[in-house]
Design a protein around this ligand. Structure first.
Ligand SMILES: Nc1ncnc2c1ncn2[C@@H]1O[C@H](COP(=O)(O)OP(=O)(O)OP(=O)(O)O)[C@@H](O)[C@H]1O
Ligand code: SF4
Ligand SMILES: [Mg+2]
Length: 359
């Protein structure tokens, strides 16, 4: 990849986040681990929107929390403007927390119902000891105006706003300290479709106006496609494909990305006619004990013996552009139809082969 260090705002390097599962009444003993994020490498470039997609439980929010410093990582490094946030001093972390903000999915649950919106949006000023009294009120009202809220509503409670307006409150709060990066974790999933577009347009306008960089997490591929410059597809704690959005949507190389896209196309009436649905077999395996080799192998229509034992690297494959990375031994070729190859996986033995015994 030809990206220079200066263009990279965040670099996630070999990051793992495991949650221990403990049992026992007095002496709690670790009996297993949830491999929520299990060896992720990715970069976020200045001024871009990096979309992250994947099924529920694949580790998107956990990764987001690691990147924003809300979760300590189990292993690995996260560089923000070249500095490793996993090894930062308290003072360094305080400065980092001004530069990186998060917008959450639930505009209802993330706002305290007993506090007035003026004081909610002003929280970051209070936490960082910036602006007081009338100055703080003025700044909060400017933020309200910036996100399309009426500054006169400064003293209202969250319950007096609609879902879309509440998400604008969350956006205003995230913008208060002029961050460089905003991690949006499913920011529109809880909103009506008509309101989703308004919030997305607002985020896009703000990006242009303020030169923001976004990590944008969503289930909905069409939302991610609309907002993202580049997209990373996650499966069971790993990034399985990463590419320019256009490349990935036109020619997905990982069978999982192809399946996700085919499901999204079938749901979209404009594309349903030409869409060919790839049906995935079985459920997402448990992140406590991920499958061997390629962890997508139990559900993959292209799986072969090698996939069971050998984990594929996330690298550029064949004639793909240098920044189109795919973790798959047998990537989907142009014009290849996955819909026709369901049977493959059932025929792959996951049992070790035993030597024949002479009777
Ligand atoms: N604090 C925690 N303690 C234990 N396990 C956790 C914790 N947070 C997340 N997990 C587990 O880690 C895995 C990844 O969860 P995560 O919330 O990151 O997924 P997600 O991709 O954001 O899912 P969704 O799309 O449903 O929001 C899940 O199996 C989840 O149960
Ligand atoms: S490595 Fe094998 S199992 Fe994994 S996605 Fe590629 S073909 Fe499927
Ligand atoms: Mg989540």
């Amino acid at each position: 990849m030809s990206t220079t260090d200066d263009e990279v705002l965040v670099s996630v390097e070999g990051v793992y986040k495991h949650f221990p599962i403990k049992q026992g009444i007095v002496f709690k003993k670790e009996v297993a681990r949830v491999h929520a994020v299990d060896g992720v490498d990715l970069q976020v470039r200045r001024g871009e929107t990096l979309g992250i997609v994947g099924e529920s439980g694949c580790g998107k929010s956990t990764l987001a929390r690691c990147v924003t410093g809300l979760h300590p990582v189990t292993k690995g490094r996260i560089l923000f403007e070249g500095e490793d946030i996993t090894a930062m001093s308290r003072a360094g972390l305080k400065a980092f927390r001004r530069d990186v903000q998060m917008i959450f999915q639930d505009p209802y649950g993330s706002l305290n119902p007993r506090r007035r919106v003026g004081s909610i949006i002003g929280d970051p000023f209070a936490i960082h000891g910036i602006a007081d009294g009338a100055d703080r009120k003025k700044r909060v009202q400017e933020l309200m105006e910036l996100v399309g809220l009426n500054p006169e509503h400064y003293n209202r409670f969250p319950a007096e706003f609609s879902g879309g307006q509440r998400q604008r409150i969350g956006v205003a709060r995230a913008l208060a300290l002029k961050p460089k990066l905003i991690v949006c974790d499913e920011p529109v999933s809880a909103l009506d479709v008509s309101i989703q577009a308004q919030v997305i347009n607002l985020l896009e306008d703000l990006q242009e106006e303020l030169g923001l960089t976004y990590v944008f997490i969503a289930h909905d591929l069409s939302v991610v496609q609309h907002v993202s410059d580049r997209v990373a597809v996650m499966y069971l704690g790993k990034v399985v494909e990463g590419a320019e959005g256009e490349d990935l949507y036109r020619a997905p190389r990982h069978p999982y990305s192809a399946a996700l896209l085919s499901a999204a196309s079938v749901a979209d009436p404009d594309q349903a006619e030409r869409a060919e649905r790839v049906v995935l077999i079985g459920d997402v395996p448990s992140p406590i004990d991920p499958p061997s080799g390629c962890r997508f192998h139990p559900r993959c229509p292209k799986a072969q013996e090698r996939c069971v034992s050998e984990e594929p690297e996330l690298v550029s494959r064949g004639a793909d552009p240098a920044d189109h990375l795919t973790a798959c031994h047998f990537p989907v070729e142009p014009e290849e139809s996955l819909a026709a190859s369901h049977a493959g996986i059932d025929q792959v033995s996951t049992e070790p082969e035993l030597p024949e015994v002479e009777q």
